[in-house]
Design a protein around this ligand. Structure first.
Ligand SMILES: [Zn+2]
Length: 82
């Protein structure tokens, strides 16, 4: 029995499934290394994140505003003294 590359394949019944994803740049012969939250190709340096497409990227709201910016809610005008 031929021995598959350890860790790269998993035999489930008669089906041979790849446990590692192949690199989209290098092709199906190159597998991506599994990391905690991402995969990377040791050949071309390609990397991708697991799970959600953008796990770390925060929603792009307004860029950091300078501290000197005017407050969002203007203070109420003082009552006019008679
Ligand atoms: Zn690659």
């Amino acid at each position: 029995m031929a021995k598959a590359r350890v860790g790269l394949y998993a035999v489930q019944g008669e089906a041979l499934t790849r446990t590692h994803k192949s690199c989209p740049k290098c092709g199906p012969g190159v597998f991506l290394a599994e990391h905690g939250d991402r995969r990377s190709c040791g050949r071309c340096g390609y990397s991708e994140s697991k799970g959600s497409p953008v796990p770390k990227a925060k929603p792009a709201k307004a860029p950091s505003e300078p501290k000197a910016a005017a407050p969002r809610a203007p203070a109420p005008a003082p009552p006019a003294a008679p």
